[in-house]
Each structure stands twice: as structure tokens, then as C-alpha cells.
Design a protein around this ligand. Structure first.
Ligand SMILES: Cc1cc2nc3c(=O)[nH]c(=O)nc-3n(C[C@H](O)[C@H](O)[C@H](O)COP(=O)(O)OP(=O)(O)OC[C@H]3O[C@@H](n4cnc5c(N)ncnc54)[C@H](O)[C@@H]3O)c2cc1C
Length: 350
């Protein structure tokens, strides 16, 4: 049995779901409002292939990350890269949990790491540090790979403005499909889970002498440095200073970012540099500021540490509430299972 799918959104979720369904023999069309893939959150984030170290307080997120990390490497072996020195450090005062508890949670989650000395890495005010195998996502390469895999199925620069459901089909901008997958991270359909939209600010820096390096302070309202797919270029992020506001709609968030002043960005930069310097005292000497990265996060109301993925079905329309990038598999598998149940069929998996 073959189905025609319309996928709305050309980010990590839309591209992965579309490419997977295409390779299973389904007919797929991807509608992306922008002129190129990964124009929104998927191209503007911290590019971390999470393994679970970030989520000491959400078991569901940690388990999805651990499993998603392994599946990601298996399925997309060329789309992430090892970070040679990838440190997770627990501050001795500002963390919500102490180092021993943090280490115990990670050990019991079955994630591998090695404990190292903070002084060896010139870190201050830390009670313990783990050296991890977490990787960096290669975003530009992913954009190219999906552009090739989805050749003939991509409708770039085409915004979806209407969906009309009929008894045996569903129309997207007047075109007929069997199913629609909304992978816009809450940009198009509203989700049945209450969410808010958070405009975010990360900062790009250059550091020619560090090589492949990442430092994440855990657990709680702390900060991190992470590499990008560009050599010597890093992002600086802060749980406290990265979120700029919160809004009920994506449109309001976008309008807020469009009028963000240089002064606000400059003030935030000073706060973020002061914050990271407490643990990495050489930060301002080692890193040269380049520019801001502005983006929007869709977050579930009330689930402060939950970044897992949810999929809802409304008639012939699936709505994906993205987690992090490692949970793309959960989204595609869940949609397939729902289709199998509805049609009493079994789709052969790759
Ligand atoms: C600051 C920040 C840091 C983050 N760091 C990480 C990290 O380190 N690791 C990690 O795993 N995750 C991270 N995330 C989360 C990650 O970015 C998201 O999970 C992921 O990008 C979501 O992908 P998506 O495809 O669902 O959404 P998007 O990438 O936003 O894609 C949705 C697409 O839908 C399109 N669209 C919207 N409406 C329409 C319409 N009507 N018609 C056609 N197209 C439409 C948009 O143009 C967009 O391209 C971070 C997010 C932010 C904001």
C-alpha cells in the first residue's frame, strides 16, 4: 500500500521524516517556506548531538537522547563529528545538584564518560568534570545531503497556508495527499500540548588555538561553549541569558527578534562572557567575538527540563512537537506506527 505524504517544514524533522518515508517507497512532497533547508531552528542552534549529559533532571529526555545518539551515528554516520575534548563540569556552588549525584545519574543511565581533573583543563570553581563522547552536528553537510536525497520532492519558497481534510484525503494548498506531517515546530498548526515560543540569542566566537573543544556547565541555569561545523568557530550559550522573552505565537517571537537592538545584544554579551569567565577564566583572551545567532525555541509550558519529542494525530494530519535533533527517529517511527494501526498494515522498516 502506498501513500502520498505532504511534509510541512524543511528542518531536521521534516527532512528526516520525508527522506525515511521516501526510502520506504512512499510519495513525499516537502513544503518549505524559506528558499533553503534548515533556515530556522535547525540551522540556528548549538549543534550538539545530545547524549543525555544535559538532562540530569529528565529521565525521559535522557533515555531518548542516549538511544537517539546511537541511532543517529548509525543512520547518518557522516553528519556528526567527534569533539576531541568535550567536558561537562559541575560548579562547586551554582549547580542544582552536586557532582557525585550528577555522576551517579549519568552512570545509571548507561552513558560512557571518564572523570578528569578540573585543573588539567584550566577550569575554576568546579567540583568535578566528565570527559564525554558527545559529538557536534555537521549542519551544512546535512543540508546538502537532504537536498540530494529529497531531489524532486522539495518545494522551497512555498508556504503552506491552507489544509482541508476530506473523508479519504487531505488537501494542502489545494493539492491532494493521503497524510500531512506538520514538522514546523509549532510554526503552522497549533499543537495539543500547551507551548510558548522563546526568542533566543547565542553568540559566535572564533578561537584559533583550542581545536575541537566543548565545555558545558551543569546542572541548572548555567552556560556552555560548543564547536560548530566551521573550524575554530564556537557558540556561547547561557541558560539564563540566551532566552530573550516568551510569547504565545511564533509570529510575535519573530517580530521581537526583528526589532532587537545592538545595545541589548551587547549587554547580553557582557553578561554571558562574565558568566563563562567564572569557570573558564581565560575566555576573553582565548575567544574573539564574531556575531550573534538569533533563533526561536518552541517549549512545552510547565515541563522545564523536558526536551523530548511528542507526536499527535488529528484525522489525516500528524503534528510533531520536536524535541532535540536526536529525537527525529522517535517522530518518524511514531508516525509510521500510527499509520500501521489505522490501516492494519505492517510497513517494512529499513
Ligand atoms: C538556541 C537553540 C539551541 C539549540 N540547541 C540544540 C542542540 O544543541 N542540540 C539539539 O539537538 N537541539 C538543539 N536545539 C533544538 C533544535 O534546534 C530543534 O529541535 C530542531 O531544530 C527542530 O527542528 P524542526 O525541523 O522541528 O524545526 P525547524 O528547524 O524550525 O524547521 C521548521 C521549518 O518549517 C518551516 N515552516 C514553518 N511554517 C511553514 C509553513 N506554513 N509552510 C512551509 N514551511 C513552514 C520553517 O521555515 C522551518 O524551516 C536548539 C534550539 C535553539 C533555538
Amino acid at each position: 500500500m502506498s501513500f502520498r505524504f505532504a511534509v510541512i517544514g524543511g528542518g531536521w524533522y521534516g527532512c528526516h521524516i520525508a527522506a525515511s518515508f521516501r526510502s520506504l517507497g512512499f510519495e513525499v512532497t516537502v513544503f518549505e517556506r524559506e528558499e533553503r533547508l534548515f533556515s530556522r531552528a535547525s540551522g540556528n542552534n548549538q549543534f550538539r548531538l545530545h547524549q543525555g549529559f544535559h538532562y540530569a533532571r529528565s529521565y525521559r529526555t535522557r533515555v531518548q537522547s542516549r538511544d537517539g545518539y546511537m541511532r543517529f551515528i548509525e543512520r547518518y554516520p557522516t553528519l556528526s563529528e567527534k569533539v576531541e575534548t568535550n567536558l561537562y563540569a559541575v560548579p562547586n556552588q551554582d549547580s542544582l545538584i552536586d557532582f557525585l549525584t550528577y555522576r551517579l545519574i549519568m552512570t545509571s543511565s548507561g552513558i560512557e564518560f571518564r572523570e578528569v581533573e578540573p585543573a588539567k583543563y584550566n577550569l575554576s570553581n568546579c567540583s568535578g568534570v566528565l570527559l564525554t563522547d558527545e559529538r557536534v552536528l555537521l549542519t551544512s553537510k546535512a543540508r546538502d545531503v537532504f537536498s540530494r536525497r529529497l531531489e524532486g520532492a522539495l518545494r522551497l519558497g512555498e508556504e503552506v497556508t491552507s489544509i482541508v481534510e476530506h473523508s479519504d484525503s487531505i488537501a494542502v494548498n489545494g493539492e491532494i495527499f493521503d497524510y500531512v506531517v506538520d514538522a514546523t515546530w509549532g510554526g503552522f498548526s497549533s499543537i495539543d500540548i500547551p507551548v510558548f515560543y522563546e526568542p533566543t540569542l547565542l553568540l559566535y566566537y572564533k578561537s584559533p588555538n583550542l581545536g575541537s573543544y566543548a565545555l558545558t556547565m551543569v546542572d541548572g541555569p548555567l552556560c556552555s561553549i560548543y564547536p560548530t561545523d566551521e573550524v575554530d568557530v564556537f557558540t556561547l550559550s547561557s541558560v539564563t541569558h540566551t532566552p530573550l522573552a516568551n510569547f504565545a505565537t511564533m509570529q510575535e517571537s519573530r517580530a521581537f527578534l526583528n526589532q532587537l537592538s545592538h545595545d541589548t545584544i551587547h549587554q547580553k554579551r557582557r553578561l554571558m562572557e562574565a558568566e563563562i569567565s567564572k569557570y573558564y577564566p581565560g575566555f576573553v583572551d582565548d575567544f574573539e567575538y564574531i556575531e550573534p545567532q538569533l533563533s526561536i525555541k518552541t517549549k512545552i509550558i510547565g515541563a522545564t527540563d523536558d526536551r523530548s519529542c511528542y507526536v499527535s494525530k488529528f484525522g489525516r494530519r500528524f503534528v510533531v512537537m520536536s524535541g532535540k535533533i536526536d529525537t527525529i527517529f522517535y517522530a518518524s517511527e511514531t508516525i509510521l506506527s500510527m499509520i500501521e494501526a489505522e490501516n492494519e498494515i505492517q510497513v517494512a522498516r529499513l
